[in-house]
Design a binder for this molecule. Structure first.
Ligand code: NAD
Length: 475
């Protein structure tokens, strides 16, 4: 085994078939079936992460100048919390559960056995490059899977520290990191997986699902989209501005659930825009380029795409950019139509378009005429308006009078709908993604329902009568 893995590193190229064979062999030994074993591995993982905190902060800073506070909260705390919830519950989640057995299966017992799906593949994006490998990994380990993790090639420093941590905790035939981009991911996807957990763009999500279809590998797809924030005229202007600015510009606006665009009542715009400008200044100072609290764009390609998107928009705040450092100021724009590029694709950067509406129907139509969003935010003090918005749009998840916070509640499933994703994660929902629920009925050998065997004779009529009685159907 060790020999196969050593060979797989030859010339820096990973021999994927050898790695897969080694992981299948490890899985077949059955060690990961023990919830106690999984729990111990999770405890070990949390200890090793703790010992590398400073390196993790430095890696994220090197990849896109992510501020220490934002790494401490959105990368480290989130993962520690994932670990805490999994360590506490792994035994309970893995327990065999007895369920009712219907009359026709009597005498008998029925139970559900949560079992690991097997070898899992985790493919991560660059925007929360640590957390979006580690979060799903915690769920996969809790579920008893072996894992191949493929971090994003656009966050290489984070990819390196992830490998350092994982190789200190797990042997490679249990958890392995494969670095690379399109060719490596494409090669990995030609194999059958117990589960594929992909986080990334909707375009690539379709490619992954298409490849998974060829091997019938089940998928979770955590994708992107355009997240609206609908503001109602009953909302508090100051609080709305502050909470929106925080959620939009956190992580340099490279957040899948960041508010993408605002829908504001026409009459409220004159009051809200200065409040947003003020909130930006209070958060990042008069020159956000000097602020240590504002991250940079991840790549030149991403930077160029965003700057180009500003063409034809009326800049109300920000707009300043610096290609050599990939800095784009927190920017607010208006004067764009629904056909402008800013309203055609996920922005995924620090540009906040403000659109106005006259009636709530009009605002809802703008949202409902496009793909189902991953997140939706409502700012209102009117309960009936809030209810109406929540009930009339299909979206993954969201918040009322705040932003981003639904992500960190592990009692809530996190995921999209339609174009924004398939399946969900976090807490028990993440465990379930990597788990097969095996159903078993046990019949005693000493007794049986003899009526079910042919020749049926008159039992057909008796069965129909019995079914009617059981279903309480008339006569
Ligand atoms: P991406 O889709 O470009 O890349 C994601 C992963 O897929 C990377 O590991 C990459 O190497 C791989 N990949 C890229 N192209 C591929 C191809 N043609 N074939 C096979 N694999 C390929 O996404 P990104 O730019 O890294 O991340 C940003 C996107 O991720 C945004 O759309 C954002 O909304 C989304 N996102 C979603 C969530 C969520 O939880 N729903 C979280 C974070 C980011």
């Amino acid at each position: 085994m060790t020999h196969a893995i050593a060979e797989s590193h030859h010339h820096g190229k990973i021999d994927i078939p050898a790695l897969i064979k080694a992981q299948d062999h490890f899985f077949a030994t059955g060690v990961t079936r023990s919830p106690q074993y999984r729990r111990n591995m999770l405890i070990k993982l949390s200890e090793v992460i703790r010992n590398h905190e400073q390196e993790i902060v430095a890696a994220l800073y090197s990849d896109f100048k992510k501020p220490e506070f934002e790494t401490a909260t959105s990368e480290l705390s989130v993962v520690y919390f994932d670990l805490k919830v999994a360590i506490k519950n792994v035994k309970k989640w893995s327990r065999k559960r007895r369920v009712m057995t219907p009359l026709f299966s009597q005498p008998g017992r029925s139970f559900i056995l949560p079992e690991p799906k097997g070898r899992a593949l985790i493919i991560a994006p660059w925007n929360y490059p640590f957390q979006l490998v580690m979060g799903p990994l915690v769920s996969a380990i809790a579920a008893g899977c072996c894992v191949v993790a493929k971090p994003s090639e656009f966050a290489p420093a984070t990819g390196a520290i992830i490998e350092k941590i994982l190789s200190a905790v797990f042997p490679r035939d249990y958890v392995a990191v494969v670095h690379g981009g399109v060719p490596e991911t494409t090669a990995l996807m030609t194999h059958e997986w117990g589960h594929v957990f992909f986080t990334g763009s909707t375009v690539v999500g379709k490619i992954i699902m298409g490849a998974a279809a060829k091997t019938l590998s089940p998928v979770t797809l955590e994708l992107g989209g355009k997240n609206p924030a609908i503001i109602d005229d009953s909302a508090s202007v100051f609080d709305t501005a502050q909470r929106l600015v925080w959620g939009k510009f956190f992580n340099g606006s490279q957040t899948c659930i960041a508010p993408d665009y605002l829908l504001v009542p026409e009459a409220m715009k004159a009051e809200l825009v200065p409040a947003i400008k003020q909130a930006i200044t209070e958060s990042y100072g008069h020159d956000p380029e000097q602020s240590s609290d504002f991250a940079r764009m991840i790549s030149d390609r991403h930077f160029d795409r965003l700057v180009k998107m500003l063409e034809g928009a009326n800049v109300l705040a920000g707009g300043k950019h610096n290609k050599s450092t990939r800095y784009l100021a927190p920017t607010v724009v208006d004067g764009i139509g629904l056909d402008h590029p800013l309203m055609q694709e996920e922005i995924f950067g620090p540009i906040l378009p403000i659109l106005t509406y006259k009636t709530l129907d009009e605002a809802l139509a703008i949202v409902n005429n496009r793909a189902k969003p991953l997140a939706l935010y409502v700012f209102s003090r009117d309960k009936s308006v809030t209810q109406r918005i929540i009930n009339s749009v299909q979206f993954g998840g969201g918040c009322v009078n705040t932003t981003l916070m639904h992500f960190i509640n592990h009692n809530l499933p996190f995921g999209g709908i339609g174009g924004s994703g398939v399946g969900s994660s976090h807490g028990k929902f993440g465990f379930d993604a990597f788990t097969h629920f095996k159903s078993v009925v046990v019949s005693p050998s000493w007794a049986d329902m003899l009526l079910k065997y042919p020749p049926y004779g008159a039992t057909g009529a008796i069965m129909r009568q019995l079914t009617r009685l059981m279903m309480r159907l008339p006569g």
